[in-house]
Design a protein around this ligand. Sequence first.
Ligand SMILES: *[C@@H]1O[C@H](CO)[C@@H](O)[C@H](O)[C@H]1NC(C)=O
Length: 328
Amino acid sequence: MAILPAGLFILILQCLDTVNAGKVTVNNNPQVRVTTNFTNWDARIMDQWSKGGGQNWTIGEGHPFQGRSFGGATRDKIKGTSAYGSGYPYGSVTDLNTISGRPFPYGVWPIYWGNNFMGSDEYGPQNDGIRPGGQLVIIPLKGDPNYYPNLPADDTYYAIGDRDSTLGIMVSFVTWCHVKPAWPSKFQPTSPNSTVKIENVITYYRASSFALASPNYNNTAARTPFTNDPTSLPESIQASKVWQCLDSVVSNALMIMNPPPPKPESLGVTLGIIFGVLGLPILVALTWFGCILVAWGGNIKKRVERGKELKRQEAERRKAALAYENYP
Ligand SMILES: *[C@@H]1O[C@H](CO)[C@@H](O)[C@H](O)[C@H]1NC(C)=O
């Protein structure tokens, strides 16, 4: 007689375990929400390692860049050259001498160099309050000598970009490129003691919104717009393992605008809402139903697996039904 309550207790534990096992997991990539319209809370998301792509969108009314397109660019076009205004997959065709008025293919604005260089004043500090990813910052990057035994003492690089993208990619730099951890400071290009000048940029990425630079590269051609022949990159940089790694990590991981998810069918939304509200009770009921079947002699493992599968499906449905990122 005592066996029955004990068996029931174990059964309850099993069932509780089934419910917990299907917990919705949160994607923990570094991300930035880009809000360009005040009609609702929907926003586009910039995501580290995103492949980008999808349709491009238009910035809403009242925004300083109202009417410009943004998003839609794919990761394979992220890498530019040493010329400011490079790295644009679209939007740079009409006038290579200016960066003014261009769209934002990856969702982010170009770096600001001051003195209205190539018409860049519109991306200046007066708009830092809404710069996607936050104000411009700079981080020094030096390889860890414990990892690179023959590292030259002056093998130094700098990353310049918006705060959130730069902090996000810094984790990858430290993890993959074994650079010494360092924190960003405000990038002040017009300050006389600014460490990095426009002629130090080795490569621009993501529509000129992110750059890697080195004091060992002095490309004077960069001071005049686009068309000039750049100084070739010194051998020491080309051969540097640190440089090669930084360049590859930025190309592969720097956050870019996600494509919008496909709009769910209206039936899907309805089902999503039903599952969103009643999903847990339904699943608890289903799980208990499963457990009762088990109590009648079914295969417990199979039932538990089925419970997990239902939870997983429910999580998928809920995600699809959120209509998240769906812009008006
Ligand atoms: C690069 O070279 C030019 C010409 O020699 C010089 O005026 C400039 O200060 C140099 N830039 C840097 C950042 O060293």
